[in-house]
Design a binder for this molecule. Sequence first.
Ligand code: PGA
Length: 249
Amino acid sequence: MRTPIIAGNWKMNNTIAATKALVTELIPLVKDAKAEVVICTPYTDLATAVELTKGTNIKVGAENVHWAEKGAFTGEISADMLVELGVTYVIIGHSERRQYFGETDQTVNARVKAALAKGLKPIICVGETLEEREGGKVEEVLVRQTTEAFKDIAKEDLENIVVAYEPVWAIGTGKTATAEVANDTIKIIRDTIGKLYCPKCAEEKVRIQYGGSMNPKNVKELMAMPEIDGGLIGGASLKAPDFSLVVNY
Ligand code: PGA
């Protein structure tokens, strides 16, 4: 019912030259994928990635977008700029941005609105820290992050939104949430969206990915879970053979 979506999050990796090599190697490896395939790249690689993937099944995403339409925001990038480049998706609220760059639930919501207004599809990241999980706060944190991210977002926009559940303790650490834990936690997110809109909307329209050390070895088990609609892949998206194994799980 919900088309699976596997997205690479390159983070601050790959020059234009490296992008050319990686994307060229990736294209034939993922051409028969059942899942929707996305690569989210640094801003400087977007034009190259879009050009190389024209006419293929790979879509390109950015890793952030500013909430203002334009103006005095030195160093920032607007939704219009991304749309003009041919970008389809944009990651918003990644835990690294929350941790290192002052991202809050409110700025996440502002960015989501700005993206949707210009026809970009947000991949909204939510997830608890280890401390929050150990303190029994998983539900509280995810309900808050989800509710704030979707504030004032119209029901009609739901089908253009992807959520990525990324437990902070599993990102880049080699520690994956067990498939059961990931599934149960994603259920909390889906139920929250169901309460905000309607259960059927959450069930049918919103795809929720798992992210955090997802790789060729654990992808099958994670993707077999009913609530998990895809993955947001960091480390394993930087090598074409690994990423293609995840995409073709
Ligand atoms: P990882 O990163 O796959 O390297 O854990 C995932 C992410 O941060 O999106």
